[in-house]
Design a binder for this molecule. Structure first.
Ligand SMILES: [Fe+2]
Length: 252
């Protein structure tokens, strides 16, 4: 199965500067419809081998060790592995983050019509620095993708730490850091991706009538000590023994 894009394409200097300022860049095309179908077919076939936490779970991983961490899809599903190591993506990520990176997490998220994910910063990337990739799979569109507050990656605080706030209240807090702060809805269709700073404030809401799936991949430099969060409840009590499976990737 072929990817549809030119793997040698990278980011321009202007795009790198824009990423630095706004904390995200894209969208760019990566995979075609056949590849999306193959990825989701493999995912649904193997999904039960992974541990899927939800907001009620005390743990983010299976303490019995029988199930795999839900963010380790890239080390076990061949299509996900192909996506996270795709040359076009790696070329951009290494330009932004350094010659040698590691993919420490990849998972597939589902959002039903009307379903939302609250404003947050990814807690792992507040423990260590890194980049994340959002790749739209089935029914991805500007009505079912992600919204962000550009520049928030530099403020050193997560929305979670600010408490339960409505969106207007959160924006008002953001404007205390930057009076120009605004909420931007990122357009991202099926097969397209964008790269964002792991510390960027983001949220998702599916305002369409169709269930949306997306792949989230997370990368860091190889000098970082990456860990599995014991839970997603703050404050996080990190455990140095809980290490995720990683793929190390060199500049192309
Ligand atoms: Fe997130």
């Amino acid at each position: 199965m072929n990817f549809i894009t030119n793997p040698t394409m990278s980011l321009t200097v202007d795009e790198c500067k824009r990423f630095e300022k706004q904390g995200w860049i894209g969208p760019f095309s990566l995979i075609d419809d056949n590849f999306i179908n193959a990825t989701l077919d493999e995912f649904h076939l193997r999904k039960s081998e992974f541990y899927w936490p939800n907001v009620k779970d005390e743990y983010a991983y299976d303490k019995s060790g029988k199930l795999l961490w839900f963010k380790s899809l890239h080390c076990h599903l061949s299509r996900v592995s192909e996506i996270v190591t795709h040359p076009k993506l790696i070329k951009m990520l290494t330009v932004l983050h350094g010659k040698r990176i590691m993919a420490w997490g990849a998972t597939i998220t589902t959002r039903h019509p009307g379903q939302a994910h609250r404003w947050h910063g990814d807690i792992e990337h507040y423990k260590w620095t890194g980049l994340s990739v959002f790749l739209g799979l089935r029914n991805a569109s500007s009505m079912a993708c992600m919204k962000v507050i550009p520049g928030s990656q530099n403020w050193g605080v997560t929305p979670q730490e600010l408490g339960e706030l409505s969106e207007p209240e959160l924006l008002a807090k953001a404007q205390q850091f930057d009076p120009e702060a605004s909420i931007v809805q990122i357009p991202c269709d099926e097969g397209d991706y964008f790269i964002f700073s792991g510390r960027l404030w983001h949220a998702s809401e599916n305002t369409s009538q169709k269930t949306r799936t997306a792949l989230i991949a997370q990368y860091s430099g190889t000098d970082e000590i990456v860990l599995i969060p014991p839970s997603y409840r703050t404050p996080i009590c990190w455990d140095d023994m809980l290490r995720p499976e990683c793929i190390i990737i060199d500049e192309i």
